[in-house]
Design a protein around this ligand. Sequence first.
Ligand SMILES: Nc1ncnc2c1ncn2[C@@H]1O[C@H](COP(=O)(O)OP(=O)(O)OP(=O)(O)O)[C@@H](O)[C@H]1O
Ligand SMILES: [Mg+2]
Length: 288
Amino acid sequence: MSKPIIEAKDLRFSYPAAEGVTPVVLDGVSLSIEEGTFVAILGHNGSGKSTLAKHFNAILLPAGGKVYVSGMDTADEGKLLDIRRTVGMVFQNPDNQIVANVVEEDVAFAPENLGVPPEEIRRRVDDALKAVNMYEFREHAPHLLSGGQKQRIAIAGVIAMQPRCIVLDEPTAMLDPIGRADVIRTIKTLNRERGVSVVLITHHMDEAAQADRLVVMAKGKVISDGTPKEVFSQVERLREVGLTVPQTTQLLWELRQAGLKVPLDALSDEECALALQKLLTGETTHEV
Ligand SMILES: Nc1ncnc2c1ncn2[C@@H]1O[C@H](COP(=O)(O)OP(=O)(O)OP(=O)(O)O)[C@@H](O)[C@H]1O
Ligand SMILES: [Mg+2]
């Protein structure tokens, strides 16, 4: 098996407290993310998702345990630049991530800082803008674009650094439904067509359902980890930590509570409809 792109081993972290008690924010997180996968992280407010994400490119360093990026210890200062080149971060607010007045200059900013030669930068910027489907906007002013377009420019800025992994912390939280769909489509394309590993932190069930793997956090711990079908089938466990499940799972769960024999892992609308059709046409029976 290939080396994981990100590996956390018994990771512990607390923010320095103003006085007295320091609440534990990450309480022994162990997680291994295989190269090329699309992993979603779900969890209630304050469960430690953003704190975990910041450990993935050495913005924060572990208080206990270890984080490795492509085998590099994030606590090794000499590896900082390599780590930041390997894992790119995208945050919630696109306005805070845009630095230039012209789209293509913005995308060129990070590779310029890395000392990439000008002709290589030109090539990377064009490629990154095409990857997020914003090439035709290259000479536009970013502040005149929609939220979703700005977020795709921010993603292009990260792509231009050619990272092997992108960590996105609620990149769609401030977007309208169209912008949200565009950003998720962009992320999926980068993963499927370019093999970029993706870690997506989100509060949206429908986004999490599209990942290969879903990790659920609560109170600084990983409480569930599996395919979206496996994780969402654990309705009671998710409810205990204040999370809801997709509407399809909720409906099937309630039918099961009423004694009807339907599967819990029919996650997509189509699968759910098919399960209901089977139920109605009598292909499945009441549980005795
Ligand atoms: N800079 C900070 N200083 C002190 N405490 C912090 C800091 N950032 C976060 N915390 C605390 O750490 C805990 C975890 O926060 P974190 O931002 O990682 O959670 P989250 O899962 O990303 O939440 P959300 O869904 O709201 O984004 C919370 O209790 C939060 O108040
Ligand atoms: Mg957060």
